[in-house]
Write a protein that binds this ligand. Structure first.
Ligand SMILES: [Zn+2]
Length: 292
């Protein structure tokens, strides 16, 4: 038995340390077309740059997120924006047909998520925590959480073969504190791809230049010129992705002396429900940290 384990470690180091694939395969879920982008656009850009595979999935079609448009016309517009955002980053972007503002944690949507994760052969799955001001975000968190064991159960969603290894499931960062605050387990510097993240967000014209400024009463502050408004976007608090003080420990741990210079970052918490990666596996799954 000992010999078998020893041989497995010696002869199949990538299998033991990595996952079901040669390259890392990441799938991220958001409630709306732009949610994944805000939480993990920088991370996705870093993976894509290294040739790894990333897919963003919006569980709703975003057909309620505008002050003067709605329904099928808005859904079409937002799907096109999401496709453009994915194209700018070199990742896949899928928008499901569930209605915006009406998402519920149903069996049907859970099975859509299980199917997506399996078909993508995901090593890493990202979703929101189930504590949030927006019911669609909250239920996206519940739905991804509810899929996180079922992806390895062959008798569930039999048209998509079950995964042999449970992926690592991550939460995006947030600032909600009840019932508990977000814990920064993995913090990735996005300084090298920050402009790429802005390019991606810039594709969501209906959101960052129309709907969100309107909800904040700042519609008249949005510059008309496309370049000027992109510069303006890069300074918005929701976008800027500055390192938060509570992320510093995780940054120091993985970046050492470089950590102090990092300005923009994205942070993730490892959920309790997927595979629990060792430190070695984290470094294989996130090949961005300097080697010591
Ligand atoms: Zn959202």
């Amino acid at each position: 038995m000992w010999l078998a384990c020893f041989l497995a470690i010696v002869w199949f180091p990538t299998l033991s340390a990595q996952a079901q694939n040669e390259s890392v395969r990441v799938i991220a879920f958001g409630a709306h077309p732009d949610d994944c982008d805000l939480g993990a656009g920088g991370l996705a850009a870093k993976f894509a740059k290294l040739g790894h595979k990333v897919k963003f999935v919006s569980l709703t079609n975003g057909d309620a997120g505008h002050q003067s448009q709605g329904g099928g016309q808005l859904a079409m517009r937002r799907r096109a924006e999401a496709q453009e955002a994915g194209r700018r980053l070199g990742i896949e972007y899928e928008v499901l047909e569930n209605h915006d503002g009406r998402l519920l944690p149903t069996l049907e949507v859970r099975e859509q998520i299980i199917r997506e994760i399996r078909q993508w052969k995901a090593d890493i799955v990202i979703g929101p925590r189930p504590n949030d001001y927006h019911p669609d975000h909250r239920y996206t968190g519940v739905l991804v959480q509810d899929a996180s064991y079922m992806v390895i159960v062959p008798n569930i969603v039999t048209d998509a073969p079950a995964l042999r290894r449970n992926p690592v499931f991550l939460y995006y960062s947030d600032q909600f504190t009840r019932p508990q605050a977000f814990r920064a387990d993995i913090v990735v510097s996005i300084d090298d791809v920050y402009q790429k993240k802005i390019e991606m967000l810039d594709a969501h014209t209906s959101q960052f230049y129309e709907w969100l400024p309107w909800t904040a009463g700042q519609l008249d502050e949005v510059p008309k010129d496309p370049n000027a408004r992109k510069t303006w976007l890069a300074t918005r608090p929701i976008v800027v992705s500055n390192v938060r003080p509570e992320w510093r420990d995780a940054l120091d741990r993985r970046y050492g002396a470089e950590a102090a210079r990092i300005q923009h970052a994205e942070a993730f918490e490892i959920t309790e429900y997927g595979r629990q990666p060792s430190e070695e596996e984290i470094r294989n799954l996130f090949p961005f940290f300097p080697t010591k």
